[in-house]
Write a protein that binds this ligand. Structure first.
Ligand SMILES: [Zn+2]
Length: 217
């Protein structure tokens, strides 16, 4: 385990093996795999090994994808995680850009914005095949998982799902400006404002209370 992850584990903070899953969508849990719980960033995807641990614990992809990682060499996994982080930061920039365009009433995204995502998706296309599940024939679309790039295509696939299948109003960043966490708010009822009520929600309540006391003094 790396120093950074060991620090997180020892301090009771989330680690690749017990990740933070507040996103309510795999793409946003993926985006939240780097965050700054105590002022300095903790990256759950800092090495090929931590990527494998995080993917197993976060359950963002089918088990067969997680299992495919075990077949890759440590060097292959380290090359893979660099590209996975590249995808993560491209996706983060895309969400910020889309949000800004939405607020400005401009077209949300252009072909040039989504081209990189399509490159990742095309790197390992889905192939239709018949499978037997307890004697029942099922038609599935699966990827050939023999190459590391297939893992990136799987991750790109749920990022693409968020962009294509969820209204932009439901995809939000925590209202605490110092917090980098994103979440999907697809539930009915009051609007979700915080990554976690226990952390950022309470912090905002305390700050508002202090501001009221100051005003009344
Ligand atoms: Zn927050």
């Amino acid at each position: 385990m790396s120093t950074q992850s060991a620090t997180a584990a020892n301090s009771g903070l989330p680690s690749p093996a017990s990740p933070l899953l507040v996103g309510d969508h795999p793409a946003l849990d993926f985006l939240n795999s780097i965050f700054s719980p105590a002022g300095s960033p903790v990256d759950f995807l800092e090495s090929g090994n931590s990527l494998a641990i995080w993917m197993q614990a976060a359950k963002v992809v089918p088990d067969r994808v997680v299992q495919s990682l075990a077949a890759f060499s440590p060097e292959q996994k380290d090359v893979l995680v660099v590209r996975v982080r590249e995808l993560r930061e491209y996706f983060r920039a895309l969400l910020f850009k889309r949000q800004a365009a939405h607020e400005a009433g401009a077209p949300l995204l252009h072909d040039s914005d989504i081209g990189f995502m399509n490159d990742f998706l095309r790197a390992a296309p889905l192939l239709q095949q018949l499978c037997l599940d307890d004697g029942v024939v099922k038609l599935l679309a699966l990827r050939d998982l023999s190459k590391p790039v297939s893992v990136i295509a799987e991750i790109a696939s749920f990022c693409a799902d968020l962009l294509a299948n969820h209204p932009i109003d439901q995809v939000r960043k925590c209202e605490n400006h110092a917090c980098s966490l994103w979440f999907l708010d697809a539930k009915r009822g009051p609007k979700r404002r915080w990554c976690s009520m226990a952390v950022c929600g309470n912090r905002a309540k305390v700050a508002a209370h202090r501001a009221r006391l100051k005003k009344d003094a």
